[in-house]
Design a protein around this ligand. Structure first.
Ligand SMILES: O=C(O)[C@H](O)[C@@H](O)[C@H](O)[C@H](O)COP(=O)(O)O
Ligand code: SF4
Length: 601
């Protein structure tokens, strides 16, 4: 008998009910794809010959359909430290596929944006929509009817959601996500933050700041703060889409190599197995498990946008009411920077995802009975991988190795999850409480209204914000300018907060998963462009946000005001090409996707 928590069960049942028609349509399509989908034997000789012309030593195996042919969809590039290790993966994966009578081919590549490089730059306005470009690129790669399964090589912010959304449309096949792991720990994240604030105050030079930053981000591997990229890895474990325990094993280690090899062998084993198709794995319970993991670990606010989009791609309706209700019963069991001082390497050493899965299952807060790539029970993810000589094994994780960072769900850091829904006459927004001191969960102050991050920085440098203030940055929504992250606001607002002022941010834009410290109501829906309530705010209006009561409101009478109209020059850095994404994007709560909207999903 399942010990599933009543609220988790009720929310899951509501999602199933809300998704009944769309999920049925999705699964019927996947069944038709399996029946209709031409496999290699039904391709014409010309089609097939083109498909293995360059397969070199695998030509005969593919030509004679000797075994499963596995697609590698890779988001490799040298720019993302997290994705740089993927450069050497495909040749190795082909060798490991041959070991088990299979073949592997790079089916295609997807782009991968580094939000760290584009943070605060024009390029950030392409970031959110790059997720859909990645989904489209995955679709292009898989549109060649040559494959019996998918390897998805991607880690960072928009890449895992994009790969997931694209692969979902080929859900009749099995799929395994393959991570590459976090870089070794550099300087402490809090030290990095301190130098940034000093620089914001003009008390550190650019050279000192660059030294500090490059001591934090210093080698191949995922950045070690718990932002969107590492939240992606957590979700893949909670959904059972990795080989168990793959998330946070460092690149270039024997264990990492063994886990990747195991992934290749496993996909060959489940290829063409309808019981382990990607569509079967990504059901309502798996989506709920991902949301539970997000709340329990204080994960990135970006997933309040990506998870609804990922769910829609699989025919599942998931919204902020679901997230908010789960947040009421899912405790915060980890404190990883920005929600604490340690990073993901410390988290892994303390017990990592094996510990998190185990404690959530023991309290009935996650669904055990889901189809995973590792097997049909999530409990196998409540272990950690290790090497016994050359042999890959899994073992129980035991107690938390650091109760300051990782605690049981029966004795958590916070009784409820790190994400709150706040709403009122300014719209609906997300408020991440796990990275904000509880005494700052309520802020009421006169607002100062801006249309760009740069204008905020300018006002800060002139001392115009040295008071209790709610900083409003509007016209940052998906249809306005692609809904960029406004993470560069964190240092100046952090300085104001450290000076003793009551400070908060309200925006229809996003923040980084690495943002923390300053109370923020983000993803405001409806957005300002087109007349959302933020467009009617004026400097000096009293704005109140409260994570406890779930309030986001102003005392100003907005109904008597005309909305401000702001048009931005969306040219340069290729933004003009993304006009079609902005024009049709639906709301942040639905995933901010024109691709899904126009596909009728
Ligand atoms: O959502 C995220 O996790 C962020 O987008 C992250 O991927 C981005 O790179 C941050 O900008 C890094 O933080 P810093 O900008 O503070 O280095
Ligand atoms: S975690 Fe962010 S900054 Fe680091 S490589 Fe990925 S996208 Fe870039």
């Amino acid at each position: 008998m399942s010990n599933i928590n009543d609220t988790v069960h009720r929310v899951t049942q509501r999602i199933v009910a809300n998704s009944r028609d769309s999920r049925r349509r999705y699964l019927d399509l996947m069944d038709r794809e399996r029946d209709r989908q031409p496999d290699r034997n039904s391709l014409s000789c010309s089609n097939l010959a083109h498909g293995f012309a360059a397969a070199l030593e695998d030509q005969q195996a593919i030509k004679t359909n000797r075994g499963p042919n596995l697609a590698i969809v890779t988001a490799y590039n040298d720019m993302l430290s997290a994705h740089q290790p993927y450069g050497t993966y495909p040749p190795q994966m082909k060798v490991w596929a041959r070991e088990v009578g299979a073949t592997a081919q790079v089916a295609g590549g997807t782009p991968a944006m580094c939000d760290g490089v584009t943070q605060g730059q024009d390029g950030m306005e392409l970031s959110l929509f790059s997720r859909d470009v990645i989904a489209l690129s995955t679709t292009v790669a898989m549109s060649h009817a040559m494959y019996d399964g998918m390897f998805l090589l991607g880690i960072c912010d928009k890449i895992v959601p994009g790969l997931f959304m694209g692969a979902a449309r080929f859900g009749h096949l099995p799929a395994i996500f393959i991570p590459s792991g976090p870089m070794p720990t550099g300087i402490a994240n809090k030290q990095k933050q301190k130098v940034r604030q000093l620089y914001a105050e003009g008390k550190a030079t650019r050279a000192e700041l660059l030294d500090s930053e490059s001591a934090s981000y210093h080698s191949p591997g995922t950045c070690t703060f718990y932002g969107t990229a590492n939240s992606n890895q957590m979700m893949m474990e909670m959904m059972g889409l990795h080989i168990p325990g793959s998330a946070f094993v460092q690149p270039g280690t024997p264990l990492r190599q063994a886990l990747t090899r195991a992934a290749v062998h496993r996909l060959a084993q489940i290829a063409d197995d309808p019981a382990h198709s990607f569509a079967r794995c990504i059901d309502e319970k798996a989506i709920v498990n991902a949301a539970v993991g997000l709340l329990a670990t204080g994960g990135s606010t970006n997933h309040a946008i990506h998870l609804p989009a990922m769910a829609r791609a699989a025919g599942i309706a998931f919204d902020w009411n679901d997230l908010a209700e789960l947040s009421g019963v899912v405790p915060l069991v980890t404190r990883v920077y920005p929600n604490g001082s340690g990073d993901v390497n410390h988290f892994q050493d303390a017990g990592g995802m094996g510990y998190v899965v185990g404690t959530l299952l023991s309290e009935g807060l996650a669904h055990r009975d889901i189809v995973t790539v590792g097997g049909d029970d999530l409990s196998i993810y409540a272990q950690e991988p290790w090497l016994d000589g050359d042999v890959l094994e899994w073992r129980d994780v035991g107690e938390s190795g650091d109760p300051e960072m990782l605690r049981p769900a029966s004795d958590p850091f916070q009784a409820d999850g790190g994400m709150r829904l706040v709403e009122g006459n300014l719209g609906r927004a997300c408020f991440k409480t796990s990275a904000v001191e509880p005494e700052r969960w309520t802020v009421e102050a006169p607002c100062r209204v801006f249309e760009t991050q740069a204008a905020v920085a300018d006002a800060f440098s002139k001392g115009e914000l040295d008071r209790d203030v709610v900083v409003v940055v509007r016209f940052q929504g998906p249809r306005a300018n692609g809904m960029p992250e406004l993470h560069k606001l964190t240092p100046p607002l952090g300085v104001l907060q450290d000076r003793g002022y009551r400070v908060a941010l309200v925006t229809d834009g996003r923040m980084s998963g690495a943002s923390g410290k300053v109370p923020a109501a983000i993803h405001c829906t409806p957005e300002a462009l087109g007349g959302g309530p933020l467009a009617r705010l004026r400097d000096g209006d009293i704005v109140r946000l409260c994570a406890r009561t779930g309030e986001l409101s102003t005392t100003a009478d907005l109904d008597v005001r005309e909305p401000v109209v702001v048009t931005e020059d969306e040219n340069g850095m290729g933004r003009e090409f993304f006009a079609m994404f902005r024009a049709n994007a639906d709301s942040a709560e639905k995933g901010a996707s024109s691709m899904l909207a126009l596909a009728g999903l």
